[in-house]
Design a protein around this ligand. Structure first.
Ligand code: FE
Length: 254
């Protein structure tokens, strides 16, 4: 990698031949062209862009949300604050910022399971989960999880008992949701950091349970969750929540 801040990925170095990087996708080309124009015009400082990229590569991701969850599991007072004012409680651990200004945490219990979607696009709580996985942005997930959440969750490896109420939360430009999963049995002796290591991204979206690392507590976590299949087209407008859902009305989305 050269010192040129533009040369920060594999696509741009070694123009002299001998190395043949993968061609840029149309979206990558568009982003590159925009970045170069804005940089050349002095509108954007390339070190700022590098800083954002580095932050999402190294500092911002599901490990932040996992720390929030683990703290809530070990500290009942913190859990109370988290469920009352999530934005403020998450900021106590140093997390916040763009796409996380209005956080709501919804708690799973033996009787209630929460799952998060953005039916309109891909709204997601960046400060605590990083950038959304591709399946979260897929039309199939966005359309189907509100209409048949149990079926979608089962396809993703999470089979819920009929007695468990499923609540689907529709994220928006205003409100971003984080699921507080149930602490798995058999983890009573684990320290907060060890608990955080058990918490997966999918568990905080609500498409998986948290499993204790040892012991046949529950089905294995879906590390690489496949996207739900199905040719359902994306909704053309606000999707009606499934019966029993307490999703608030959809807000404007960027
Ligand atoms: Fe969205």
């Amino acid at each position: 990698m050269s010192d040129d801040p533009h040369d920060r990925d594999a696509h741009t170095h070694d123009h002299g031949g001998g190395h043949h990087p993968a061609p840029l996708s149309p979206v990558e080309m568009r982003a590159r062209a925009l970045e170069e124009l804005l940089t050349a015009a002095g509108i954007v400082d390339p070190t700022f862009i590098d800083g954002v990229v580095n932050a999402y590569e190294r500092d911002i991701g599901p490990m932040n949300g996992a720390r929030v969850v683990a703290r809530a599991w070990v500290d009942p007072a913190y859990r109370g604050r988290l469920l009352t004012d999530a934005t403020k409680a998450i900021a106590e651990l140093g997390f916040g910022g763009p796409e996380g200004e209005h956080m709501v945490v919804v708690e799973n219990t033996p009787d209630v399971h929460n799952v998060v979607v953005c039916t309109l696009c891909s709204c997601y709580p960046w400060p605590v989960l990083g950038l959304p996985p591709n399946w979260y942005k897929s039309p199939a997930y966005r359309a189907r999880v509100v209409r048949e959440p149990r079926a979608v969750l089962a396809e993703m490896g999470l089979v819920l008992a009929e007695s468990v109420e499923v609540r689907v939360w529709d994220s928006s430009a205003e409100i971003r949701y984080l699921v507080l999963p149930e602490r798995p049995p058999g983890t009573e002796t684990l320290a907060e950091e060890e608990l955080a290591a058990l918490v997966t991204r999918d568990a905080m979206i609500g498409t998986a349970h948290v499993a204790a690392r040892h012991g046949p507590i529950s089905p294995p976590p879906s590390g690489s969750t496949p996207p739900p299949s199905g040719p359902t087209p994306p909704p053309s407008g606000p999707t009606p929540p499934p019966s029993g859902s307490t999703s608030p009305p959809r807000q404007q989305t960027p």
